[in-house]
Design a protein around this ligand. Structure first.
Ligand code: ADP
Ligand code: MG
Length: 358
């Protein structure tokens, strides 16, 4: 399986930056992809923008399409302006794929599996870690088994909700209480994340979550300081400097909170040094427990009693210009081009050394 992916010294490494895709996060993905395209070190890499359309087909797109306002604007002119890249010919075009995708089919192991079959190295975590990372319930069970604090959670399958509504409601009242948070198990960008204050709010919140996944989670509401911490590396991962996610006035509108440009972050968090170190240790522990590789961003809450609870792990975190990952990297002296370079180098390293799919 191991292949020689070294290039002769005079040839630049061709990086296919894949963006767009099928998920609810495709617009963020477009921002991530073009930011990677604009920041990547061109003395070392030859970036090739590749758009994944809503049918999962790949297209090599010219810069004029890359600069369009939305994925829909790009999609309208693919036939006339872009060149289709059938999966099986991707390997002839690129030496490594830099994944700018987020969410379903891009971040959850599907794309990673395709790239494994095509034998193309790709950035971020492998098939299993990506699939588990995307599934909040699966990842919490693994984190908890590793001694890492996670929110009290009750998973609710749509089928069971349809037939045992009263029993489930009782279980939630008894074991979680209110306020609580309802969300799909596998989504992103706060899609269908809802804080509810009484049992009356459960049916609507659950039905809404079921629009996105057949399993929804009902979990304790964490009232603490929300923080997030990037982790980089392969064998011996390092935590960047974490950021505090500043709560807006409207604590109820979780959906609004993370709309682009609305969220505010502070790097480092306004917390004692000891707490910041604990956040970094917890982020590394979560990264290792889930066998993540390359890079990831771990979201956590620091509770008033000092506990650090892991909310979720983002295996392909946002790479948009305003994203905290770049601030956190800057805080340890890594430039945006340097961060992208490291992520690609890690990809080349792990895929060179792997035995079987990652
Ligand atoms: N249990 C919770 N307690 C408090 N706030 C929460 C909770 N779950 C989610 N939130 C808020 O909603 C945001 C989005 O939820 P998250 O679980 O990260 O879903 P997504 O994968 O869509 O980002 C979080 O960043 C946080 O601000
Ligand atoms: Mg999140």
């Amino acid at each position: 399986m191991a292949e020689n992916i070294e290039k002769p010294a005079n040839q630049k490494c061709r990086v296919g930056i894949i963006m767009g895709g099928l998920s609810s996060e495709k617009e963020v993905s477009l921002e991530s992809g073009r930011n990677i395209f604009s920041r990547i070190d061109r003395s070392k890499y030859e970036p090739i923008p590749i758009f994944m359309d809503s049918r999962a087909l790949l297209w090599e797109i010219p810069v004029k399409l890359l600069l369009r306002n939305s994925t829909r604007d790009i999609e309208e002119d693919l036939e006339s302006e872009a060149r289709a890249v059938p999966y099986e010919s991707l390997k002839e075009k690129v030496d490594v794929v830099c994944l700018g995708l987020h969410g379903k089919y891009g971040e959850d192991g599907c794309m990673q599996g395709l790239l494994e079959l095509l034998r193309i190295p790709y950035t971020g975590s492998g098939v299993l870690a990506s699939a588990i990372g995307m599934d909040k319930h699966a990842s919490r069970r693994i984190l908890a088994a590793g001694g890492i604090d996670v929110p009290h959670t009750i998973p609710v399958q749509k089928k069971r909700w349809d037939s045992e509504r009263n029993e489930i409601t009782e279980e939630i009242v008894r074991n979680i209480g209110f306020p609580c948070v309802v969300k799909p198990s596998r989504e992103g960008c706060s899609t269908a994340v809802k804080k509810i204050v009484s049992a009356e709010g459960l049916p609507v919140a659950l039905e809404n979550a079921f629009l996105w996944d057949s399993t929804a989670l009902v979990e304790e509401f964490l009232s603490g300081t929300e923080v997030t911490c990037g982790v980089l590396g392969t064998g011996n991962p390092e935590a960047l400097i974490p950021s505090e996610t500043i709560a807006t006035e409207e604590i109820l509108s979780l959906e609004d909170k993370f709309l682009y440009g609305q969220g505010e972050n502070k790097t480092p968090p306004r917390l004692p040094e000891k707490q910041i170190e604990k956040i970094r240790r917890t982020a590394i522990a979560a990264f290792e427990a889930l066998k993540l590789t390359g890079y990831a961003r771990i979201d956590m809450f620091v509770m008033p009693d000092g506990r650090v609870i892991v909310l979720e792990c983002n295996t392909l975190p946002g790479m948009t210009p305003s994203t905290v990952l770049f601030h956190q990297a800057a805080a340890v002296g890594i430039t945006p081009a340097g961060l992208i370079d490291r992520i690609i180098e890690y990809a080349l390293e792990v895929h060179r050394d792997k035995k079987g799919p990652l």
